[in-house]
Design a protein around this ligand. Sequence first.
Ligand code: UGA
Length: 437
Amino acid sequence: MRISVIGTGYLGATHAACMAELGFEVLGVDIDLAKIEALANGVLPFHEPGLPELLRKHVASGRLRFTTSFEEAGVWADVHFIGVGTPQRAGKHAADLTFVDAAVRSLAESITKDALIVGKSTVPVGTARRLRELIDRHADGARRIGLAWNPEFLREGFAVRDTLSPDRLVFGVDSTEDEELLRAVYADALAADTPLIVTDFETAELVKVAANAFLATKISFINAFSEITEMVGGDIRTLADAIGYDARIGRRFLNAGVGFGGGCLPKDIRALQARASELGLDRTMRFLSEVDLINLRRRDRVVHLAETMLGPLLGKKVAVLGVAFKPDSDDVRDSPALDIAVRLFNSGADVAVYDPEGNANAAKRFPRLGYVDSLEAAVTDADLVLLLTEWNEFRQLTPADMMPLTEGRKIIDGRNVLDPAEWEHAGWDFAALGKRF
Ligand code: UGA
């Protein structure tokens, strides 16, 4: 079986390399020539642990190739995965489906043999059924072109592991023939007893957005309690631990802090609200607008704390540790850390940003911030230190590491990873999200 993967961003590049690792011959397709040339040379244009090694291995073995030609994919592959982006539409909440529609249409026009198109991108419910019609309109009627929806649940930073050993597989199908083909693609995971849900298009599309909406809600739930403990006292981490022991609740995704960002959770909860409204269900997903607002208020809280601790920010040196939306990623899309850094800069602070991987992407968006290439350079002479992305090297920080470098002795732990007592004992002004200050 030959596989093409259309779209070679996070999702597509990971999927392509992992399919090659499973033994398939794979063709990665993208309209971005620069990206395709880099990948074809074994160069990954983003940071993802373990993926560069897989990419190089399978480019070298010849099992993984890249092209900008849909025609080549249409003639060559039996199964075509669609992994193109569905970004938030400019100025709107709804998802932009331009890339998905264009990819499916180009494929349908290019396919010259029986084939299966498998959607992986996160889409509003109803998209697959619409694409089914699009395929029928544009395909050569002599071929059988199946369509399936197979959402992806990979997390950045764990993308290879999540793809090779998923915690569940979801197949949205309208024929057993397509289901059988997908079972063959995922034979290894199924042999390892990965739970499989075979369902219709709509359920498959909804599983993905429901999962991300739930995760976002869980984070904003604990962050809402942060607003209370900031007011009355209490320990947000202990609260999360205590409710997390209830197996129905679970401790994961209850880490209070600057909140969620990235290319998925924020846009997915907005797109879901927009889709519900289109369906005439304006009130159904309205709670997600509160989830979004609670999340964004966490950023205000950090800016407010910085002003409280420093007074007027003009000319003050602020060290920002972490700018990626989460550790083990260089992704700064909708990053709470970057947003906060920019707001402090706009208020006149002299901001020194250090992230082990995220500086370059942040600098592309906001070149005027000061970017430095070490923790030491960031914190030297800082009036205030902000820990905003919990990379391991920041989690392990102690007052002793900082003392020779910064006299300011003021720190905000935006991710609740430091021990307040240790810092307070060492004479620091220590603030954290969810902690009364
Ligand atoms: C998320 C989902 O977790 C994946 O299952 C999904 O496949 C993916 O979106 C997607 O739709 O493609 P990802 O965006 O990589 O994955 O990041 P997460 O690990 O979910 O973290 C999202 C944000 O929530 C980060 O900014 C993180 O710092 C924040 N977060 C996470 C918290 O603030 N508190 C927590 O307890 C957990």
